[in-house]
Each structure stands twice: as C-alpha cells, then as structure tokens.
Ligand binder design. Sequence first.
Ligand code: EPZ
Length: 417
Amino acid sequence: MDKIVIHGGQELRGTVHVSGAKNAALPLICAALLAPGKHRFSNVPRLRDIDTVEKLLSALGVRITREGDLLEADASNIDNFEAPYDVVRTMRASVLVLGPLLARFGRARVSLPGGCAIGARPIDLHTKGLKAMGAEIDLEEGYLNAKAQQLVGTRIHLDLPTVGGTENLLMAATLAKGETVLENAACEPEIVDLAEALKSMGARIEGAGTGTIRVEGVPELGTLNYRIMPDRIEAGTLMVAAAMTRGDVLLEGMVPEHLEALSAKLREAGADISQENGLTRVRGAGVILPTNVQTSPYPGFPTDMQAQFMALMTLANGASVITENVFENRFMHVCEMQRLGADITIDGKSAIVKGVKKLYGAPVMATDLRASASLVLCGLAAEGTTEVKRIYHLDRGYERLEEKLRALGADIIRVAE
Ligand code: EPZ
C-alpha cells in the first residue's frame, strides 16, 4: 500500500492545471447507459473511482476504451442489469446506474450501498422518486430489484436536495413518458454538467442549476460527445494549499464561479484571490485569520471542502467554528490532525478549531477521500516529516496530487510500502 511522505515548510509557487471533475464524470459515464452507440468523453481524470465505474459498466456489457483523458463507451449491447455488492460497497456512485437502466431497459438490480465512513448516506430519495414514476422496487437479499414497463413523468418533491438522487431521477426522466418536475433539486454545477450532456443527447430539460428541474421525456436519445467540467474540489484543495503555505499559485482551467463560497471564506481568512489572464491567482497571507464555516448544499460552502478548510484553520490566529450540516460523521480527520498538534474540539456537528503557531509532522492515516487531502495539506505546512498512510482514498478522487504539489515546490513523494 502506498503512502505519501511530506517534508513540510515550502511555500507553493507556480501554475497548476485542474483536472476533470470526478463527481461530474461518474454520473456522465453512467448516462451512456441511456442510449445505444459509441459515447465519447474528454477531460476524464485518471482516478480509481473512474476505474471502478469502468469495471461496473463493462460488466453490464458496455465496451469501454480509454486513451489519455479520452474515454469511449459503446452501450449497444447491454446484457446484464446488476450492480453487485462488491462494486457498490467500494463506490456508492455505482447506484447511478439505477435510473438509466430502469429508463432504457425497464429493469435493474442494484445492491444497497450500506453505511459509509462519513455518514449513513441512504438512497431512499432515489427509490422514492423512481417509485413515484411508476417503478416497482423491492429489496431482496440486500439488492434493490427494480422494474417498470415504462416510467411515467410526475411531480417529485425531494425531502433534501440530494446530488445523487437528483442525478438518478434526472437521467430516468429523460426517457419517461410525459413531464417530470423535480422540486428541491440539487443545484450543484455537476447537475448542470449532466443536464447539458443529456440535452446534447436530445433530452428536453429546463431549470438545471435551480431548485426546480423540468424534464419532458423523449422516446430515445442519441450518443454523447462531451467534455467533462473541471474539478471544483480539486481546485479548492489547491487553493487552500496555496493559502496554507503562504504561497502564490496560479490555477489553470478552473471555473471561479463554482468556488465562490470557498473564495469568500479564503478571503475572510486573509488570502488574496484574483483573476489574471484567465487564471485564478491565490496568494496566502502571513497571518491566517480565524473564519467560521457552515457547510450546505450548493451554492453554500461545500462539505467536500470542510476538512481542507479545517486544515487551514488549524494555523489561524484565533478560534474558528466549523459546522458540518450535510453528513453526520465527517470529522474523522480531526483525531489525525490532533496528532500533528492541532487544537480541535468536537461539539455535536461543530468543530472548534483553536489555531496553533505550528503543526509538527507525524504519521497519520487517511479515512476518506477529503480527509486524506486535508492531512496532505497539514503535512505541507507542518514542521518536519508527515507520512500519510492509506492513500488509496486519495487516489479515488485526486489525479496525481503529489506530482502537482511537487511541481509547485512541495517536498512530497509517494512511497510504495
Ligand atoms: C455527492 O454524494 C458527492 N458524490 C459527494 O462527494 C458529496 O459529498 C455530496 O454529493 C454532497 O455534496 C458524488 O457526486 C459522486 P447527497 P451524494 O445525496 O450524491 C442525505 C466526495 O468526497 N440523503 O447529496 O451521495 C445523505 O445521507 C464526495 O467526492 C438521504 O437522506 O450526496 C446526506 O446527508 C463524498 N437520502 C445528504 O442527503 C437520499 O436518498 C446529501 O447527500 C440521498 C441522500
């Protein structure tokens, strides 16, 4: 198992390119199931989660080829309709095959994901919505057995603006009979990216990016040829890396509008953020100011940036309160940050972070993807050597993070254990 070894203390400087977004690529690749033919994607990041979705779709009969950042998926001969437990438990986004399979073939068998390191993460809103569209869904030996002669459009009010639920229902609705209205839909940029891609296949969708999405079903869809949006969470992580090391970094290829909530908080913390010739420049301040953060669905502060922002606050000049409102157990990084000398107390869904003068390197263990990233950030700023273990979590969602950081001047290497 690989680990990452960081000798902290370097200020990051230079230009870094932001890769394609994992959380946009996963639903988009599943959307290929909606129509026969060859679907083409570009700007696909090289990540473990993309390998997993490739494996999953291949097992369903999709023929996938990859070259560089290009991925081609031929969904002409689907002969299996099951997402098995062994795949779903390693990647929850596997449940995104449910909507497309049900819409195109009228059947799907998808393992229930079970618990997760960051919260319970049920998928009841996905199934409730599909049932409202006429699907019959039963639970049998841990699997959801779903069938429908023809999904029928209806009005669905989501109890929560679930990202995956909105994506599954949006994909299902494209081939349903009549109009589907999704209310209290998620507004994340990845939803807009998915809707744009579906529209390019011939789907009729209005309102993606707002709380109400209307979909007029069509009898069939064409193939995709789509460039995946830049990864806003990778970009955000690199922005925090610049701020935390008091560096000066230019980010290439990010969409600044996707990161307004984070940028506002980074500015409050003293960082300088500007746009220069199409690039985003982040300059860290000598003194990091304490800044309170509450996570919430987009356009609020993203839960996927909570751990990284907490890393920054461990070195602030005072106390900050970081509140996690989206997932109930997303503070697993706190104990590891404490091993580096951070002063953090958890009180319910808030963490009180009292800034310390210095973090000191130590071996730490990653528990999930963003927790791993936050520990790498702490390591960059800590005095001495930090070893981050279990970085297979990091490899799920960051493309060559250590190489990108090294190119910016960090003393960081990957070591095979
Ligand atoms: C997506 O997960 C992302 N994953 C997550 O990215 C991200 O943290 C999350 O959205 C929130 O932004 C992908 O896009 C692949 P949700 P998803 O459904 O869709 C509750 C990362 O690090 N809920 O919006 O699973 C749920 O328990 C990650 O890249 C229900 O109660 O998130 C949670 O508390 C991890 N019932 C809240 O809603 C449901 O049926 C938001 O979850 C569905 C969700």
